[in-house]
Design a protein around this ligand. Sequence first.
Ligand SMILES: Cc1cc2nc3c(=O)[nH]c(=O)nc-3n(C[C@H](O)[C@H](O)[C@H](O)COP(=O)(O)OP(=O)(O)OC[C@H]3O[C@@H](n4cnc5c(N)ncnc54)[C@H](O)[C@@H]3O)c2cc1C
Length: 547
Amino acid sequence: MRNIETDAVVIGGGATGAGILRDCALRGIKAILVERDDIANGTTGRNHGLLHSGARYAVTDGRSATECIAENRILKHIASHCVEETGGLFLTLPEDDLAFQDTFITSCTAAGIETKKLSRDQALKLEPNANPGMLGAVRVPDGTLDPFRLSSSNILDAVEHGGQLLNYTKVVGLIIEQGVVKGVNCVDMKTGEALAIRAQQTVNAAGIWGQQIAEYADLSIKMFPAKGSLLIMDYRINSMVLNRCRKPADADILVPGDTVSLIGTTSKKVPYEDIDTIKVDDDEIDLLITEGEKLAPILGKSRILRAYCGVRPLISVSGDTSGRNITRGIVIRDHKETDGLPGFVTVGGGKLMTYRLMAEMTTDLVATNLGSTACCVTSEKKLPGAARGEHSLPVKVSVPVSASARYRHGERSDGFLNESSKSQAVICECEMITRGELEYAINKLNARSLVDLRRRTRLGMGPCQGEVCACRAADVLQESLSVKGEVNVANDLDEFLQARWKGVLPVLWGDALREADFTYWTYQGLLGASSLKQIKHMDEEVPDYEV
Ligand SMILES: Cc1cc2nc3c(=O)[nH]c(=O)nc-3n(C[C@H](O)[C@H](O)[C@H](O)COP(=O)(O)OP(=O)(O)OC[C@H]3O[C@@H](n4cnc5c(N)ncnc54)[C@H](O)[C@@H]3O)c2cc1C
């Protein structure tokens, strides 16, 4: 068994864990993040990516609204490459109560959220695909937030300041000695190797899985898993976030995200034991389309690219199991205070867009417990890539290619855009991703598979869903990693296509069905995908065979 020592070990590589790793590193606290899969593989990679202005919560939860608008402004400053300042409209439709508009505006003002009342015509001028039957709209500073870029930028900055990421490393137990948590026992999910990480502070940032981590210490943290499903359209229907001007309900947010639009979400309580096997149900798809059409009628005629779902990590604050005391706010527990178990801290609840605040509050606690007086700097210090436009060098690639790279990686794209003509070759046309960008993700952002590359670059997330780019990207991965024996590309391509297929399956009709059929015949008929595993077999049996 391998042994490592550190000051703090953080469990869970979602936005919250990534934010804590960065905060620790910037305060000079030696920290390691362990994630059982890849970063942003949990709920962080399964939401709308809405940078709330707080307006959605203004009427029902003033505290969350105030938190949101403060973090909204901070993220626009520190993570501009992950944020699109689209603005948002809250539409009042004929079946909604127009009187609610005034309550909404008053509550927004009380929370410090700027609003502007618009007539139907003014709103349609801003958003031509919005429902022309609307009675009016209110403009708010909503935006979008890319959860994948956000997580990987936090990790990149942490690593550049001494932090360490161990992805594909699962926590299988806590090290507890004389009533004190002294770290975690882990397993390397790729090699099966056991690993013990000893630390003075162990942070449980495992989201909805935090309940399982707490159970390793016989502690009870009651999660209330609420599943939410979403659909992705194959183009950007709307340029601003569209919401319904009413109390939050199902399927009332249409969010533009990079090259596509997302409609969400449903909310269904699911048994805790089902959290790893949830899937999108047919009735949810019907509901999302029916309600989505009300926000933008064109949605009903659009091709649906895929469906996906996530589970909100909601915690019961009082240990009550009835569900009455569930909070959407941030919950932090120092188990030394609440359960007499020093060395162990749990963070949960909150939102993607409050990840930084959650990280700040958690790291404050960790720092105090470690006797560190270093202050948090994450509300001011920009993430790597957020200096978009500030240091950009002239490049010899076309504007769509350079602009896409800069949009995703800011000033960090200067290096790979100028590297060589080989690195400038476009691999994914939907998202304008070059070979150099993929190599950057492999070498600097810890991508080890095609699915990892998807999370860091949007490979295969556009309209073709990987049909055209997957085999080319596999070639880049092969060249970069297989020399070191780190990847079996044949298996990896298979996993990538299966993951894409999983999201397409629930919406398999019309154009989506035709496209899926085309993909199938491209990979199966043209490239012989089913024989790829055989190639892997040959490689293993004839190790010195070279081509
Ligand atoms: C449908 C839906 C829509 C949403 N929309 C929005 C939105 O638009 N805007 C917004 O701000 N928020 C939104 N949210 C909320 C937001 O997505 C979550 O609050 C946030 O992503 C939680 O991040 P996290 O890092 O705390 O948890 P997670 O992202 O779930 O991270 C926990 C990590 O822990 C890892 N882990 C689990 N067990 C172990 C183990 N044993 N060892 C090691 N690692 C482990 C998991 O693999 C996972 O990666 C939405 C949520 C849902 C479900």
